[in-house]
Design a protein around this ligand. Structure first.
Ligand code: GLU
Length: 441
């Protein structure tokens, strides 16, 4: 059974860059009939909030994802405490007492000597008396994981064979001085506990994977398959940031974009699966093989989002629009089929619908007044259908000799108040004779 998880930190509203792993994990789960876990990485008490966590659930649902399970790391501390004891007993977790300033000085010294700024493991040499003395001074230990210092190899689902040499890394701090957990350890413990089979996340985590594979092994857990995808950047090539508050998923929702448009852009940018209209996320899941994810960059194009959004609306069947139309006081498939091809955003339909429901400000040029008066007199009796426009304008053509633009444009300007818009042959029956009479002089 495939089990994936998407593990955001609830420290802000999620943005397009966060939506990418959310969706890629979803596609993977759907494609393989697997389970999808939403895991709130909320061990950073200072920055995580319940409000942000709740908002993540809302944004995820808006994108069309329904997790099978929700877990919060803040509720799983007992599990982490037990694993910590296990690692301590195995000699893999050791207490360190250096302050931030002392560590800074060590790093500066290493750089001066032309050495990499790797933690020197001085704490490993501390005797029991040293530790007792340091703690009597009021120092609280933070705990580091003792790396094997070896090339850790893994077969990445997206990037192929990878090697991370943990010899070039500092032993990572897993537990802070105040007893709180950094991301690295709880993530591994949860992946083991929840039976996660595939860890799909951004390529900024590749080096973490080296560390985490060592932790999986130290805890006797089964190492999952890892897949690291290219990161989405904004149009300027900069990473998205939660703190900038820019282009969050909720911003796109508020601006009236279709969730499918946002989902497609967040997931398929930087892949070889074309950015085009898909009806469901499952359709994408079925077509997106992870070998299609580029190893190069993935740059978000806002113009492409706008165009895709419009195309999705132009193809949207009535069933997909009915609920929203009703809530805007608009009813009927005919009005949707008439107006959808003019939309860039769904909300535009409110303006376009005025062509049917009024009020319309007719535009009437002086030189067309006589022609339009004749047109009014020749308006056919109801019932009206798609053929009414054709028979009416044919008769007008015969009566006046007008044709082409000279025939059609004055009618359009009078009936709709604008030079462009939906097909008049479909518009006319929806407007009805009484209202058309009112728009003609
Ligand atoms: N909370 C981590 C992040 O948002 C999760 C990374 C992971 O998927 O392991 O970067």
């Amino acid at each position: 059974m495939t089990v994936v998880r998407w593990a955001p930190s609830p420290t802000g509203r999620i943005h397009l860059g966060n939506a990418r792993p959310a969706l890629l994990n979803w596609f993977y789960a759907r494609r393989h009939g697997g389970r999808y876990i939403l895991r709130m990485d909320d061990t950073d008490h200072a920055r995580s909030t319940r409000a942000f966590a709740d908002a993540i659930e809302v944004d995820l649902a808006w994108l069309g994802i329904t997790p099978d399970l929700l877990v919060r790391q803040s509720e799983r501390t007992a599990l982490y405490d037990a694993a910590v004891e296990k690692l301590k007993a195995a000699g893999r977790l050791y207490p360190c007492y250096e302050t931030e300033e002392e560590l800074d000085r060590k790093r500066a010294r290493a750089r001066l000597l032309g050495k990499p700024p790797i933690y020197d493991r001085a704490a490993l040499a501390l005797s029991e008396e040293d530790k007792t003395r340091l703690e009597a001074e009021g120092r609280k230990p933070h705990w580091r994981f003792k790396l094997d210092g070896r090339p850790v190899q893994f077969e990445d689902l997206i990037k192929g064979p990878q090697t991370v040499n943990t010899a070039s890394m500092s032993d990572p701090v897993l537990v802070r001085g105040d007893g709180s957990y950094l991301y690295t350890l709880p993530s591994v413990i949860d992946d083991i506990d929840l039976g996660v089979t595939h860890v799909i996340r951004g390529e900024d985590h590749v080096s973490n994977t080296g560390t985490q594979i060592e932790i999986f092994e130290a805890l006797g857990g089964k190492v999952p398959t890892f897949g690291h995808h290219n990161l989405l950047t904004d149009a300027e090539g900069q990473g998205f940031s939660k703190r900038l508050g820019s282009q969050s998923i909720s911003d796109f929702r508020d601006q009236g974009y279709e969730p499918m448009a946002v989902a497609i852009m967040a997931s398929l940018t930087g892949t070889s699966l074309p950015i085009e209209t898909y009806e469901t996320l499952d359709e994408i899941a079925n077509r997106l093989d992870f070998s299609m994810i580029s190893h190069g960059s993935a740059r978000f194009d806002p113009v492409e989002l706008d165009n895709l959004n419009a195309r999705l609306l132009h193809n949207l069947p009535y069933e997909g629009a009915a609920g929203r139309l009703t809530s805007m006081g608009l009813e009927g498939e005919a009005i949707w089929l008439l107006l959808r091809e003019n939309l860039r955003k769904f909300g535009d339909i409110g303006e376009w619908a005025k062509l049917v429901t009024g009020p319309v400000e007719p535009v009437i040029a002086d030189e067309d007044r006589e022609f339009l008066a004749l047109a009014k007199a020749m308006l056919p009796p109801e019932p009206w259908d798609q053929s009414t426009w054709g028979s009416w304008t044919d008769a007008l053509k015969a009566a006046t000799g007008r044709k082409g633009k000279a025939l059609f444009l004055p009618l359009r300007l009078a009936l709709t108040g604008r030079p462009d818009g939906p097909e008049l042959k479909s518009l006319l029956p929806l407007v009805g004779r009484t209202e058309c009479l009112a728009r003609l002089p």
